[in-house]
Structures are given as structure tokens and as C-alpha cells.
Write a protein that binds this ligand. Structure first.
Ligand code: ADP
Ligand code: TRP
Length: 331
């Protein structure tokens, strides 16, 4: 039986961070064992908000290197760069005819970006979810491992797929956002504001490229408070976020101990953060070092990128063939 298809992408708009790791990459690494996987660097998407391309090549190489350093095995999964697969652009064009201006304008990510960057509201930004749908549908993917922030985009991808199938004929399965523990993940910033993200407050974000002492400094500065005042009280979201991180990088014993201390009102945040900082530094160190080695090996990088593009184009051209056939565009 053929395996179910998985696709996901990350924009090369900065250094990867713990949100990317726990929302996306960690799932990629597990999924590559059981599914036919396509993972890519969304460099076309980055142009919607980052028109300056001086750093783009470097960023694309870094994202590829960080994906591999996190455990992605390019003999199992296809790892490629979006702009190497022109079939995506053609599918994007067809899907654009099925997307309505009104629904695109209502998308939360579009409204956020208009608010934060009112002088660059370009058509690419408006149709961002259409390009993302083309990324997914070009491989007829079923599962899309992403963080919680991408839920709405996935819903739109299902709508476009359904409209296409209805208008032209059944070509696409309806893709779903995926996380192993069912709930999609959202890692907050260490300052307790919004999600950890590539472009926002750097002190509140832990990058996979951060040195040990930078990680320690950031965690020691993370937002806390004067501690719980009643036993078994609910954790405020910024404290819960630190516990979430601890669950991800510390042993179960360590986590249970601090959780019990919290519930018994005896937690000392200084000790808690010190332990988290050590475990986090130990977790990130091998990833950082491996990514740096890969990034310096340009020959290896270009071989990986070429092989990824070949695998992706093989799958993409099959889908495009079906698409053209049902639209009556195969002359
Ligand atoms: P960023 O938002 O940092 O620019 P991307 O938009 O390229 O990163 O996101 C790449 C992947 O990482 C997506 O699947 C996204 O859902 C996930 N992701 C990004 N930030 C977080 C976060 N703070 N928590 C959980 N997942 C996240
Ligand atoms: N929009 C995604 C993000 O900002 C990146 C992305 C582009 C993506 N195309 C995709 C994610 C296709 C999953 C599937 O994180």
C-alpha cells in the first residue's frame, strides 16, 4: 500500500527557534518514518514580507542545515526549496481563480501584516494562503504538521481544494493540520507576549543557533511572578509556557518535582529557571553544532537541495498533469 503524504514548510525569514522546533520540526522527524514526506523552504513566501534578498540565500541554506541538524533524513524525506519547483507557481495561478478577494482580506495573518506593515500591502501578501495551498496540494498531501498559528490557512487550503474538485473533478484530498498529540502547539515568547517568532523580541525567543550562555541569560530573564499563593492553583500562561518547555527538554523526574513544588507553593523560580536553562542548553548544543557544520559544507548543501528538487518535481509534475487534464488544458 502506498504511504499517506505529508507536507510542510518554513519561511527563511530568520533564525529557527523553539516554536518552529516544537510546532513543526519535531513532528517532521517523527513523520518521516511512517509517511511519504515533503518538507521545503518557503522562499517565495518570504518575499511577501521581506523584499530585500541580500540575506536570502544564506537564510535558505541555514534553514536547510537546521532541518537536517534537527534529525531530518534526506534519504527518507524530500527536502527542497520552493522556487526550485515551478509547478507550484502554475497551480497557484489556477487556485487564484477560485479564491475570493473578500475571504483573503478577512484572513487573520493578512490583517496582522497590514497592521504591522501598512506601506507594503502587496497582492502576494493577500494571496499568501493561496500559494500555501498550492504548496500543499501540489503533492496531494493529506497531513500538514504545523503550529497553531497556521490553522486558518489549512482551513482555507481545504476550501480551495474542495472548490477545485467541485468545479473540475476530484483531484485533491482535503489536507489537515497535524500534531502527534492532537492539539496544535503554540510556544509563547519568554516575556509572556504572543508567540515565539523569528522576527519579534529576540530576548523572548530562543533560537536553535543560540550559544549556551545566551540561552541561560534569556531563560533567567523570562517573565515570572511572586509565585502561587494557594495550593494546586492554575498556572498563568507565561508560567505554563516555561513548564511546557521543561516538559520538552528535561527528564520526567525533574518536571514532576518542579510541578509538585508549584502545586505545593514551595517553588523557587530561580532554581526552576536554572534547571530549565541547563537542560535547554544541553538540548540545543548538538543541534547548533551540527547545523553550523552542515552550513559550512556548501557541496553537501547543494547536493541535498538538488536531490530534494528532483524528488519534489517528480511528484509535483504528476499532480499538475492531473490538474491540466481536468481543466482541459492538455493540448
Ligand atoms: P515564524 O512564525 O517564526 O516566522 P514560520 O512562520 O516560518 O515561523 O513557521 C514555521 C513553522 O513553525 C509553522 O509550522 C509554524 O506554525 C511553526 N511555529 C512558528 N512559531 C511557532 C510557535 N511560537 N509555536 C508553535 N509553532 C510555531
Ligand atoms: N505559512 C507557513 C508559516 O508561516 C509557512 C508555509 C508556507 C507552509 N507554505 C506552507 C506551512 C505549506 C505548511 C504548508 O509558518
Amino acid at each position: 500500500m502506498s504511504k499517506e503524504i505529508v507536507l510542510s514548510g518554513i519561511r527563511p525569514t530568520g533564525f529557527l527557534h523553539l516554536g518552529n522546533y516544537f510546532g513543526a520540526l519535531r513532528n517532521y522527524v517523527r513523520m518521516q518514518e511512517d509517511y511519504e514526506c515533503y518538507f521545503f523552504v518557503a522562499n517565495w513566501h518570504s518575499l511577501t514580507t521581506h523584499p530585500d534578498t541580500k540575506e536570502l540565500q544564506h537564510s535558505v541554506h541555514r534553514v536547510i542545515a537546521e532541518n537536517i541538524a534537527c534529525g531530518l533524513d534526506t534519504t527518507k524525506a524530500a527536502l527542497y526549496v520552493q522556487s526550485d519547483v515551478p509547478e507550484i507557481a502554475e497551480l497557484y495561478l489556477y487556485l487564484n481563480m477560485l479564491a475570493y478577494k473578500g475571504e483573503l482580506e478577512k484572513t487573520a495573518s493578512f490583517k496582522d501584516k497590514v497592521r504591522s506593515n501598512p506601506e507594503n500591502v502587496n497582492a502576494g501578501l493577500l494571496t499568501y494562503p493561496v500559494l500555501m495551498s498550492a504548496d500543499i496540494l501540489i503533492h496531494r498531501a493529506l497531513y500538514v504538521p504545523v503550529g497553531k498559528d497556521q490553522e486558518q490557512h489549512l482551513e482555507m487550503a481545504r476550501n480551495f481544494a474542495e472548490r477545485f474538485n467541485h468545479r473540475y473533478g476530484e483531484v485533491f484530498p482535503l489536507p489537515k493540520a497535524f500534531n502527534y498529540n492532537s492539539e496544535l502547539v503554540k510556544i509563547m515568547g519568554l516575556d509572556g507576549n504572543g508567540k515565539m517568532s523569528k522576527s519579534e523580541n529576540q530576548m523572548a525567543t530562543i533560537y536553535l543557533a543560540d550559544e549556551d550562555d545566551v540561552i541561560r541569560k534569556k531563560i533567567m530573564k523570562a517573565k515570572t511572578d511572586s509565585g502561587p499563593t494557594a495550593p494546586d492553583s492554575e498556572k498563568p500562561d507565561y508560567i505554563q509556557n516555561l513548564f511546557t518547555l521543561m516538559k520538552l527538554v528535561s527528564t520526567e523526574e525533574v518536571y514532576n518535582q518542579f510541578d509538585a513544588n508549584y502545586n505545593g507553593c514551595s517553588i523557587r523560580y530561580g532554581d526552576f529557571k536554572k534547571q530549565l536553562a541547563e537542560d535547554m542548553a544541553n538540548f540545543i548544543k548538538p543541534i547548533r553544532e551540527k547545523a553550523a557544520d552542515i552550513q559550512n559544507d556548501k557541496l553537501f548543501l547543494s547536493k541535498v537541495i538538488k536531490e530534494g528538487a528532483d524528488k519534489a518535481r517528480e511528484s509535483a509534475s504528476k499532480t499538475l498533469h492531473l490538474v491540466r487534464a481536468v481543466i482541459n488544458m492538455n493540448y
